[in-house]
Design a protein around this ligand. Structure first.
Ligand SMILES: C[S@@+](CC[C@H](N)C(=O)[O-])C[C@H]1O[C@@H](n2cnc3c(N)ncnc32)[C@H](O)[C@@H]1O
Length: 359
């Protein structure tokens, strides 16, 4: 095992896992595929180009700007051509189940006798992930420890063609106010194991104080549970059914939301976008259970940006309805960016806010 001080590492400013890969770039040869890229700034630092996949819509857009690279968005992209790559780099995802899916994708992209490299941070659980790596490549060995990461390598891996993300979709049920919908899940998606308590509280307010609109936008839609539920609830009451568009940054969420809508015959377009950056349009109602985590620490910056931008997408008089952890500082931000705000429901954990854009 080699180790090093951080000062001799290239690419300072990149995520640690990307710096650790740069330090070991001698391992990269032939046709290269990087799976789970977190920063496009790594691309110009690498000695060869190839395929770069990110499941984050914002990173994917940044990857697309590098013309010598083939950028792919997540696990379902026409650019993911099987049996084509000699070196596969897998960056460790947060969820264990997603690692299994990412390794399966890597093996399907691999040519015969390809090299597989796994890079991940210690605090994100690289040590535990090695068991999963060894299950598909028992010959894997540790090459380096650097930048709080480990770099593992397996030579001559067995390729496994036939990866299709839809084979990884599982189904669950979400029920609120006597209305249940089937919801698609994929590894790494939010609330894979049932209806989130915050989402449940939001749905309960939608039953008690329904929104008045024929078109809604669900920001940070995840697997599409809110849109599918609203429409199923309206069908049950023989009301006019609103179409509910959705936005999410994560590839798996976009795939699942489309699957969920298809299964429950819900209407609405699902967009892949980092915040509202790639979204045009005005809606009479925008609803959200927005994100507040990236990694281990609480991070509200994405939702703060959403609250700054949302007014541009709300029709005059339109409603924003949002659920969030009660300790988060959103009430004052909603007041600042949209206007007067009410709390429709709250408990120790969650609060549902409602605000109307002025005419
Ligand atoms: C709290 S979950 C809510 C998911 C779903 N609406 C529900 O209630 O089950 C937040 C969602 O925000 C998405 N997200 C995170 N950052 C985002 C961003 N910058 N732009 C759009 N969506 C984002 C995540 O992928 C996740 O699906």
């Amino acid at each position: 095992m080699q180790s090093s001080s951080n000062s001799d590492l290239p690419g300072t400013g990149l995520p640690n896992s990307h710096q650790a890969l740069l330090k070991n770039q001698h391992l990269l040869s032939g046709r290269l595929a990087l799976l789970g890229v977190a920063s496009a700034h790594i691309l110009p630092e690498l000695p060869i180009s190839g395929l770069a996949m990110s499941e984050h819509a914002g990173v994917f857009r940044a990857l697309e700007r590098h013309e010598t690279w083939q950028a792919c968005f997540g696990y379902e992209d026409a650019g993911l051509v099987q049996d084509s790559y000699d070196t596969l780099v897998v960056f460790l995802p947060k969820a264990r189940a997603e690692l299994e899916m990412r390794l399966a994708l890597a093996r399907s992209l691999a040519t015969d006798k390809a090299r597989l490299i796994l890079v991940g941070e210690k605090k994100e659980g690289i040590a535990g992930a090695i068991k999963q790596l060894k299950a598909v490549a028992p010959q894997a060995f540790k090459v380096d420890s650097a930048r709080h990461c480990q770099v593992w390598c397996a030579e001559d891996i067995e390729s496994a063609p036939g990866f299709r993300v839809r084979d990884w979709v599982t189904w669950g049920t979400a029920e609120s106010a006597g209305v249940s919908v089937e919801v698609a899940g994929l590894p790494g998606i939010f609330s894979h194991d049932g209806l989130d308590s915050g989402t449940r509280m939001l749905l309960e307010t939608l039953e008690e104080q329904p929104v008045q609109a024929d078109r809604l936008l669900d920001f940070a839609c995840g697997a599409g549970v809110i849109g599918a539920w609203i429409q199923a609830w309206q069908v049950g009451r023989e009301e006019v059914v609103a179409s509910v568009d959705g936005v999410d940054v994560q590839s798996q969420a976009v795939i699942c939301a489309r699957e969920t809508y298809q299964r429950s015959r819900a209407a609405g377009t699902i967009y892949a976008s980092d915040g509202l950056a790639s979204i045009d349009g005005l809606w009479p109602v925008i609803i959200s259970n927005p994100p507040f985590h990236t990694g281990v620490k609480t991070d509200t910056s994405m939702t703060e940006k959403f609250l700054q931008d949302v007014k541009r997408h709300l029709k005059p008089g339109g409603e924003l309805r949002l659920v969030a952890n009660s300790f988060l500082p959103y009430e004052s931000l909603i007041k600042r960016y949209i206007g007067r705000v009410e709390r429709l429901r709250e408990d120790r954990r969650f609060t549902v806010y409602r605000a109307f854009r002025g005419q």
